[in-house]
Structure formats: structure tokens, C-alpha cells
Ligand binder design. Structure first.
Ligand code: PEP
Length: 261
């Protein structure tokens, strides 16, 4: 049984007071939610304050990025130890915006994943094809390259130590969502790749979908057998939208609903 995870990626949004206001509203709206992990990824500057505000709640903290070295002359970078110190449990690695705007590579993501794991942070490893790659039939080869390179020599003690996010680049921030069928096709392919690397543990690794997830499409996406949650950008900035996504509803019998609301 894979416990669903919903991660809100706030990107470069919100000062500390704005962040705390959003957390306050979310705490009121999702306090009853059980059987799902709710993770917030504010910008670095708000991590510590949000961490304190989350104490005693059913939400945990993620960072959006970090650097793979322990410490030293790396101006502008933040280490895994610093994220743990700020209260993070998770860290996003290889988001497509970092790949596209900041030249992040699969090899760099691999170094981050290994350091996150050895430091005690759970990496949320992002993979996904561009529109041009999808249209030229390269979706699976791109996913294979990104995933196998990012996970090279990676060991996990338990399947919950690692989260994968499939985020088709053409669906991020565009309002275009992959259909549940398109997403499931890639999620199932990713599960197959994970089996080659981690054997049976792959059955328990959570694979999230990301790309214009909103209240209107989350229920249908979550009925797919290999979609174990969502990485949410735009809709995570509004308490009511994010709370509704967290409270996704799957029809009886579509999945084992025993651990759900
Ligand atoms: C994201 O930032 O990972 C994302 C999926 O953004 P959005 O939900 O806005 O498409």
C-alpha cells in the first residue's frame, strides 16, 4: 500500500508573512486529513518560519533545491545539512525549471539524490519530457535517460526514502494537463524502470504526477493505479485549491481506500 503524497511547490513566491498566512489557512482546512502526506515547499527564506508553524500539524516541509557539497566556497548555495537544520524532511531534485533555467543536468541530480539520501532527506526526483520530445516519440527514452542517470548507484533502505515525480514539461504552468491515461502510461513505464533498479521495492516507491494539477483534475488522476500523489505548483499557492487537491476523492474500489479519509 503506497500512502499518497501531495507536495506544494511554491516556487519563488511569498515573503515570510504571506507564507505564514497560507500555512494558517491550510492548517484550518486540512487538519482532519489522514492517510495522506501533505508536504509544503516554500522558498528558502521562509523554511524556518514555516517549519515552526507546522509543528503539531499533519504537514511536513520540503525545500525546492540544494547543492551536493557539504560546505565551503559555493556562494549562493544551500547544503543538505542546512535544510535539515531548517526543518525539512523532503527536497525536490531536478525540477524542469532548474534543468531549463539553471542548466541542471542528470549527473548533477544524481549527486543531489545520493547526498540527500545519505543526509536523511527524502528526494523528490523530477523527470519529464518537453513537448518537442513527446511529439517526436522520445518520451520513454527521455524518461529512461533521466531516471537511470539520476538514480545511478543509488541505494535506499526503505521504499519511502525515494519519491519520483513525473512532470511533463509541456504541462507545467501551462494549464494543459496530461490526461490520466497519458500520465498512467508513463508512470507504469517508470515503475518498470524502478523494478530493474530496486526490484520488489519498486512496488512501494511513490510516483507523483505534476503539471497543472488542480481541483478539477486531481480525482481522475488519482484513480490511476500508478499515480501515488501530485507535485502541485500554481494551485498550491491558494489554500482552498490546495486543500481540495489534498482531499482528492477516489471512487470506492478504484484503489484500496482503507488508508484514505
Ligand atoms: C511544478 O511546479 O512542479 C508544477 C507542476 O507546476 P504547475 O502545477 O503550476 O503546473
Amino acid at each position: 500500500m503506497r500512502k499518497p503524497v501531495i507536495v506544494g511547490n511554491w516556487k519563488m513566491n511569498y515573503t515570510i508573512p504571506d507564507a505564514l498566512e497560507l500555512v494558517k489557512r491550510l492548517k484550518m482546512m486540512v487538519s482532519e486529513v489522514k492517510g495522506r502526506e501533505i508536504v509544503l515547499a516554500p522558498p528558502f527564506t521562509a523554511l524556518s518560519s514555516v517549519s515552526k508553524a507546522l509543528v503539531g500539524s499533519n504537514m511536513t516541509l520540503a525545500a525546492q533545491n540544494f547543492y551536493w557539497e557539504d560546505k565551503g566556497a559555493f556562494t549562493g548555495e544551500v547544503s543538505a545539512e542546512m535544510l535539515l537544520d531548517a526543518g525539512c524532511d523532503y527536497v525536490i531534485a531536478g525540477h524542469s525549471e532548474r534543468r531549463q533555467l539553471f542548466a541542471e543536468t542528470d549527473e548533477g541530480v544524481n549527486r543531489k539524490v545520493r547526498l540527500a539520501l545519505s543526509s536523511g532527506l527524502i528526494p523528490v526526483v523530477c523527470v519529464g519530457e518537453t513537448l518537442a520530445e513527446r511529439e517526436s516519440g522520445e518520451t520513454f527514452s527521455v524518461i529512461e535517460r533521466q531516471l537511470t542517470t539520476s538514480l545511478r548507484t543509488v541505494n535506499i533502505s526503505i521504499p519511502e526514502d525515494l519519491v519520483i515525480a513525473y512532470e511533463p514539461v509541456w504541462a507545467i504552468g501551462t494549464g494543459k494537463t496530461a490526461t490520466p491515461g497519458q500520465a498512467q502510461e508513463v508512470h507504469s513505464y517508470i515503475r518498470g524502470l524502478l523494478k530493474k533498479i530496486f526490484n520488489d521495492a519498486a512496488d512501494d516507491i511513490r510516483i507523483l504526477y505534476g503539471g497543472s494539477v488542480k481541483p478539477e483534475n486531481i480525482d481522475e488522476l488519482m484513480t490511476e493505479p500508478d499515480i501515488d500523489g501530485a507535485l502541485v505548483g500554481g494551485a498550491s499557492l491558494k489554500a482552498d485549491l490546495f486543500a481540495r487537491i489534498v482531499k482528492f476523492k477516489v471512487p470506492e474500489m478504484a484503489k484500496d481506500t482503507e488508508h484514505y479519509l
